[in-house]
Design a binder for this molecule. Sequence first.
Ligand code: KG4
Ligand code: ZN
Length: 389
Amino acid sequence: MKILAIETSCDETGISIIDANGDFKDFSCEVIANELLSQASMHAEYGGVFPNLAKREHAKSLVPLLQSALANMPTEQIHLDDAQIEKIKEILEREPELFVQLVMLLSQNTKPNIDAIAVTYGPGLAPALWVGVNFARVLALAWNVPLVAVNHMEGHIFSAMLQSTTGANYKLSAVSFPAISLLISGGHTQLILAKDLHKYELLGQTRDDAVGEAFDKVARLLGLPYPGGPQISKLAQMARNENLSTPYTLPRPMIDTSDYDFSFSGLKTAVLTLTKKLGELSNTQKKQIAKEFEDATADVLLAKTTKALADTGAQTLILGGGVSANSHISNTIVSTLNNEFANVSLLTPTPELTGDNSLMIAVAAYFRLQGGEHAEVAQLEANANLTLY
Ligand code: KG4
Ligand code: ZN
């Protein structure tokens, strides 16, 4: 089954096409196209993602990315009837930035060899999600194929299971349920219990800032550009390589609480207070603060994750989201699993799949379709606060 998937929840525009087969235990897919365009450099001057700029950039990029994705796809001639055109117009009136490009594309009256359209409908930034959802609705209407709505967080879970086999082919790693998912990104910090395929329960989440957001804010305090996670990580790594001891102690918020919740805003405020006290920071001080901050985040993420593993007896740990690219956090988790949870297998995304991408959305959509799910084109709405449980 060929699925075309669209991801626009934050600051990456993604369009992928997969040809997928099998069920959860013997899944395989060939990646026919995987287009990804990051807007990160454009948001850098705001020190974070600016929702309306994100939307505008998605609107600009979607049609060109779609054209590249479809470049080698066989097409057939189609004819849009008046009812279809009317419905498409209605949707596109809400997306003036997409209108001209998409109308030009549709006026070719061709349909690629695609069996379904998948789109991320939440969680994320509302304006960014909407443009992707409306784009997907138009394609599903024009090509008369089913539309599948995908939860972005479920996408991150699938991204950790994806294993590349040969060439552009992937399969899924074996997962024994129940599994614990630690999803850490710029927008989320969640511990989720996956009881089975599509059966989730929220164990805990951040009560304020997401961990990636804290990395980004602390980076700003240290005068580092957005996205701050990789920058902080680089400085902290330098401190470790130089065996630089740190005279600063930052809090580990909520590390000893009996729940699975997190809090990162106090940690960020502690860095703010410290940097105010220190005034102009030397490079050494920046490295020391970066290392202590990274240690503090790794400590709390590890504490809550191991608590969840111990309490549930889960034998699979799934790590996902942009912050899972942090090697100190993942190394800390790996060594603790080796020492204390030898029977737990860890699934982490390959580096190109840690951040937002549409391949994970395509794969998540495949299993939703297999379960008989599809969205109503006339009714599908973006949901910025969509949950998985
Ligand atoms: O999953 P993602 O690409 O987008 C969201 O859905 O948010 O995650 C982006 C977040 C940013 O906050 C970025 O600073 C953080 O992931 N990040 C990192 C690292 N690489 C990306 N944080 C810490 N260490 C890293 N190496
Ligand atoms: Zn994400």
